[in-house]
Design a protein. Structure first.
Length: 244
């Protein structure tokens, strides 16, 4: 299988001592990988470093064979991302937000923008100002931005944040369809084990800045009734004591 993302011995520590240490994992074409961990565990730091938004202290990140530190612009040409809050111009419509972003890509035209709005169920609101959108609608627009250029790798930080049940299911379906039909790879961060269990084929458990495990969802569930139980068992093993 083609390796899309390769993270080797990645460390990023801030002045307060927090961050991530010695993170290594890889993503292959069509993988949907979940970064599972509590808030503050280092998931967003990993994603920001992969996207070149902050520099690693040690280690390296390779995307489609290109090193992020050497040429970040070239490396990210085939990458889409939604990290923390979507970068939305609230005075512009959903369509115009995507049109403005589309200027940076050669393969984005009006038809592509409308298609992406259809995919995230925002076509009927395409002419509405984004500032009037609910949190869930802004999250959908953020996803539309991430997949606008039809990238080979999409990095999503809590993509179902603010969505209702129906919206959450629809986003899962978008991700699953892109992975299965296009071979698009995804790295998805969440603190919700059941969400990772439903949408991903592999899971990376991150806790207190360390990668505790990386394996398939199938293997994780082999001896555990749920991914939540798997997570707790991994953390308990690390601590060497019963969680309270």
């Amino acid at each position: 299988m083609e390796t899309v993302l390769d993270v080797k011995n990645l460390s990023k520590l801030y002045k307060n001592g927090r961050g991530v240490k010695n993170i290594s994992f890889s993503i292959e074409k069509g993988d949907v990988v979940g970064l599972l961990g509590p808030n503050g565990s280092g998931k967003t730091t990993i994603m920001k470093t992969i996207m070149g938004l902050c520099h690693a202290n040690e280690g390296c990140v390779s995307i489609f064979g290109n090193d992020v530190e050497i040429d970040v612009e070239k490396t990210l040409q085939n990458v889409g991302g939604l990290i923390e809050r979507p970068a939305i111009y609230e005075h512009l419509s959903a369509f115009d937000n995507l049109k403005m972003m589309g200027r940076f890509y050669s393969n984005v035209d009006e038809a592509r923008i409308n298609h992406v709005l259809d995919v995230v169920r925002l076509r009927q609101y395409g002419k509405d100002k984004a500032g009037k959108f609910s949190l869930g609608m802004k999250q959908r627009l953020g996803l539309a931005m991430a997949i606008l250029s039809d990238p080979g790798l999409v990095i999503l930080d809590e993509p179902t944040n603010g969505l209702d049940i129906e919206g959450t299911v629809e986003i899962r379906e978008v991700i699953s369809k892109m992975a299965a039909e296009k071979g698009t790879s995804f790295l998805i961060a969440s603190h919700l084990a059941f969400e990772i269990e439903k949408i991903c084929n592999k899971v990376a458990v991150v806790h207190e800045g360390e990668l505790l495990s990386f394996e398939s969802i199938e293997d994780a569930l082999r001896l555990n009734p749920s991914l939540e139980d798997y997570f707790l068992s991994i953390v308990k093993e690390k601590r060497g004591s019963v969680l309270i």
